[in-house]
Design a protein around this ligand. Structure first.
Ligand SMILES: *Cc1c(COP(=O)(O)O)cnc(C)c1O
Length: 949
């Protein structure tokens, strides 16, 4: 007798339900359905060679063992990561709460008001602390934020005729090495120059479009950049500042000394180190640059009845609409971590943050004084939290290191011999004493006094100290007790639909189960409290997990080289494309600059190819939604010698397994190009086919789609790339932890290492069998829905044998013609039934794309079908004239609670019909608290932070 298989908990359909569904579809067994769906010539011939599936209990034991192989030390390394105290009330009620971590990006604003408010708080916090009025709602990490800043400064210059030839970026030499490497990668592939030097002596001229400096700088020194900013602005060169939010509590913020952009990491606002990620980067700029800011902005608008409501602003800038003209390729960002950081700020408030910052700074001052008195030299003239220590000639770095490691302490060891110490929120008097003892021992000084009390000791000058107020809004001044904070989090949570409520049928986004057993081990200190630059001997557990995950992903994709560094799918696209560029350069084909992309592609594809320095060219689709083979041949020939790559999603974004895929790869390869496969639809491939077998050279995976990492309301994500043999030498390096820093794309060497274990757990517990079965059931569920919805809405595209893949597109354009009801009305009406809408108008305008995933039960699928078909009936009532076109349950959807309970009811249809359209809804009503939101109003009157009124 074996233990319960995890797959029976993950997969929603049991054998007897499967029987029924197969009968509905009209096939005799599941393999017959798969045969009708996936072409023979791309099928795997043998099962995936993966380790035997573990039960949940077995996995729990294995992962606990791995965690124990990571050695937790006190880390003073700094360099962009600082230990922090995650308030337990936030950890338990947000990080461990499925309503927060399983929700989707807040495109459907009416059922996302909670996370929108948390993200608006994040923007307000960033804007206040940096003193720049416009902040976005997070980027991937500090280093990529620097690259976004460079790109934005270039775009700002390019619109100015006098400066349109500027092609050089200045970067001050005292910037974190990972930030510099990521900048170098981006500038190299974008064909821009980078000059690294000393801001004090550089002469800026018309060739410079932007400058990047760090405050406090990478050594920890606080410099005065007033004069530099004036010099830069005199030649219309923009200035972006890498900075630290906690330091800005004490220091004069960049917005007050002329910076155009400020960016950095919000990790130390309560986000565990997690061996480098995930955590949220922030980005703030001046109001007048709002059309250029990368990423998402949450804005304040109003609903249909004038009530204040939040939603994502300026969405037309985003790549899903503007494609190659998009300002960035950010899709998944770091929403969950930004949310947590915003709660951290609200929990501590301005006074609490000041106390934390002053404590850190005072300890640093104390340590500086003590070390000086022992004969060490502290080199930073002024600092917030970071000291740079020069050792006397009699003491070697190795002496200090030995002493430190005996005490489980990690310090920063400069190649030039100095030692760096970054104090953080967790440093207390005991730890300060231990730290001093390390240096005292080396100096032969035996009487380190015991520190009982940490005196306040501000060593910054009056000019350096911040005088302006911050976080004055009530949100940051009301929830300082645990009870109040717990209830505030709960109040926001109650406004949002997540997987804890109902199926989220989002085509292309694979909202499957994020199992508790996959997530629980993230709580181990052995995973949380590890600095990304900890010596390799201390992180054996992480490395075993990372190596095994890489080899399992290589087996699944059929591509042998893997990099886990990219922090999102779109970051993976960019990475895959620059790997191709480096390869082409290496074989003397660096001039190839064209990427062919089908018309149906996700908007990140063209945006990423522009970011990688390519020119995207659209390949047409035929009337069946497939790539138009004649057009592909024509374009491959036309661009022949300039063709770098072809980006293709498979199965296509229409959810169809195109039969000509091998031929497409052949055409591209013959023309000398590389095939990039967008792996967002990998959930339809695992165990049955794979990119390697099909003929791709590179693919990215969305671990936050196919491999069970939750969406977090818009991030974190992991977008690893898998590559063929010839591309392996060009995979991302890292300036601190790897031998080479070629093509570094993220700040941390393994990107978001802290969440890799979720995907690892998923694969380890599903095993080859479970993964393959999941793929089959995902396809079964989609075909079942197609069968049930074909006679009402109709299915837009089907494969060669009439089957859909793992998702299906519902036709809504005919409905609009006969009734005036749009796909948006249907999406909003679904909210009244307690469902999150499917993917709206992508990839085909006027449609809804549904992806049920393997995790949903037959009961849930039937509930969705019933809702959809009931909505169809409601539309027919309008067609029949029973309700007028201007006043019916669809155009007025969603119906907010305040309207439903109001004493007045002026609609032509009864209240009951609006609120309880089906019996199950009355059993468990999800109440919405805003009516339909006016997007246009919000964009015309952009308000992107909380104002005091
Ligand atoms: C989700 C998705 C992406 C982008 O992934 P992110 O992680 O959101 O950046 C790219 N392509 C397709 C087809 C997708 O569905």
């Amino acid at each position: 007798m074996e233990m319960e298989h995890f797959k029976t908990r993950h997969i929603g359909i049991n054998p007897s339900e499967m029987e029924k569904m197969l009968e509905t579809i009209g096939v005799s067994n599941i393999d017959e359905l798969i045969d009708q769906t996936i072409p023979y010539d791309i099928r795997l011939t043998k099962p995936l060679a993966l380790p035997k599936a573990l039960s949940e209990q077995e996995y729990a034991e294995e992962i606990a063992h791995l965690a124990s192989k990571n050695h937790v030390c006190t880390s003073y390394i700094g360099m962009g990561w600082y230990d922090t105290i995650t308030p337990a009330v936030i950890y338990r009620n947000v990080f461990e709460n499925p309503v927060w971590y399983t929700s989707y990006t807040p495109y459907q604003a009416e059922v996302s008001q909670g996370r929108l408010e948390a993200l608006l708080n994040f923007q307000t916090m960033v804007s206040d602390l940096t003193a720049l009025p416009l902040a976005n709602s997070s980027l991937l990490d500090e280093a990529t934020a620097a690259a976004e800043a460079a790109t934005m400064m270039y775009a700002l210059c390019a619109r100015n005729k006098a400066k349109s030839l500027a092609d050089t970026l200045f970067v001050d030499e005292h910037i974190f090495p990972q930030t510099l490497s990521v900048l170098r990668t981006r500038m190299h592939h974008a064909g821009k120059n980078i000059v690294v030097g000393d801001y004090k002596t550089i002469t800026l001229d018309d060739n410079f479009f932007g400058a990047i400096i760090q405050y406090p700088n990478s050594d920890g020194n606080v410099e005065d950049y007033h004069h530099f900013v004036e010099k830069a602005h005199a030649v219309d060169c923009k200035v972006a500042v890498a900075t630290d939010l906690l330091a800005l509590v004490l220091l004069t913020p960049p917005g007050e000394w002329g910076a155009d952009i400020a960016f950095g990491s919000s990790q130390r606002f309560g986000i565990p180190l997690f061996y480098g990620g995930p955590s949220a980067a922030f980005f703030a700029t001046r109001e007048e640059y709002k059309r250029f800011i990368p990423g998402r902005i949450i804005g304040i608008s109003k609903d249909a009845y004038g009530k204040k409501a939040l939603r994502m602003a300026l969405q037309t800038r985003e790549q899903h609409i503007k494609r190659e003209k998009a300002t960035s390729n950010i899709c998944t960002a770091q929403a969950l971590l930004a949310t947590m950081s915003s709660f951290y700020a609200a929990y501590h408030g301005p006074k609490g943050l000041k106390k934390i910052a002053e404590r850190i700074h005072s300890i640093a001052s104390l340590i500086s004084d003590e070390l000086t008195s022992m004969g060490y030299k502290q080199l930073n003239a002024s600092y917030f939290d970071t000291l740079k220590i020069k050792l006397p000639a009699t003491i070697s770095q190795k002496d200090i290191r030995n002493n430190a490691e005996i005490r489980n302490i990690n310090l920063r060891y400069f190649k030039s011999g100095e030692i760096g110490i970054s104090i953080d929120e967790t440093t207390n008097s005991y730890r300060a004493h231990e730290l001093l003892a390390v240096f005292a021992m080396a100096a032969g000084n035996s009487n380190v006094f015991m520190i009982d009390d940490l005196p306040k000791k501000i060593t910054l000058t009056q000019e350096q100290l911040r005088t302006s107020k911050y976080l004055t809004h009530p949100v940051f001044n009301s929830y300082h007790t645990e009870t109040e904070m717990m209830r505030y989090i709960k109040r926001l949570e109650r406004k949002d639909i997540s997987l804890a409520h109902s199926m989220i049928p989002l085509g292309s986004c694979t909202m499957k189960l994020n199992a508790a057993s996959e997530l629980l081990p993230m709580g181990y200190a052995g995973f949380q409290k590890i600095h990304p630059y900890a010596p390799i001997e201390q992180v054996q557990g992480y490395h075993e997990m990372i190596e095994e995950l890489k080899s399992m992903l290589a087996e699944i994709t059929g591509l042998p080289g893997v990099s886990l560094q990219p922090n999102s799918g779109a970051a993976g696209e960019y990475t895959g494309l620059i790997v191709i560029a480096s390869y082409l350069e290496s074989i003397g084909q660096g001039h190839r600059n064209i990427v062919l992309i089908p018309a149906s592609a996700h908007g990140t594809n063209p945006a990423s190819s522009v970011q990688a320095g390519y020119t995207p060219i659209v390949v047409a689709c035929d009337e069946k939604g497939n790539v138009d083979m004649d057009d592909l041949r024509k374009k491959a020939e036309e661009y022949g010698n300039d063709l770098a790559a072809f980006m293709i999603t498979y199965p296509s974004t229409h959810g169809i397994f195109e039969t000509e895929i091998k031929e497409m790869c052949r055409i591209i390869h013959e023309a000398g190009g590389q095939v990039y496969m967008d792996g967002a639809n990998m959930n339809a491939q695992v165990g049955i086919t794979n990119p390697g077998t099909i003929g791709a050279d590179v693919c990215h995976l969305n671990l936050h789609k196919t491999f069970a990492i939750p969406h977090g309301g818009g991030g974190p994500g992991v977008g690893p790339i898998c590559v063929a043999e010839h591309l392996i030498p060009f995979l991302p390096g890292h300036p601190v932890m790897f031998e080479s820093d070629l093509n570094t794309v993220s700040a941390a060497p393994y990107g978001s290492a802290g969440i890799l274990q979720i995907a690892y757990a998923y694969i380890k517990m599903m095993g080859a069998d479970g993964l393959t079965e999941a793929t089959k059931v995902a396809i079964l569920n989609a075909n079942y829905l197609a069968e049930k919805l074909k006679d009402t809405y109709g299915i837009v595209y089907r494969g060669a044998n009439g089957r859909v893949g793992h998702e299906l597109i519902l036709e809504c354009r005919k409905i609009k013609e006969i009734s005036g009801i749009t796909e948006t009305d249907i999406a909003k009406r679904l909210m009244d039934y307690g469902f999150h809408a499917p993917t709206l108008s992508f990839p085909v305008h006027g449609t809804l794309m549904v992806e049920p995933t393997e995790s949903e039960s037959l009961a849930e699928l039937d509930r969705f079908v019933e809702a959809m078909n009931n909505i169809y009936e409601e539309i027919m009532e309008i067609v029949e004239g029973k309700y007028p076109a201007h006043d019916n349950v669809l155009v007025n959807a969603p119906h907010p609670e305040y309207e439903c309970v109001s004493d007045e009811w002026k609609h032509t249809y009864p209240r009951n019909k609006a609120v309880y359209p089906l019996p199950y809804v009355a059993e468990n009503k999800f109440w919405i608290n805003v009516a339909r939101i006016d997007d246009a109003f919000g964009d015309r009157n952009l308000v992107a932070c909380l104002c005091e009124d």
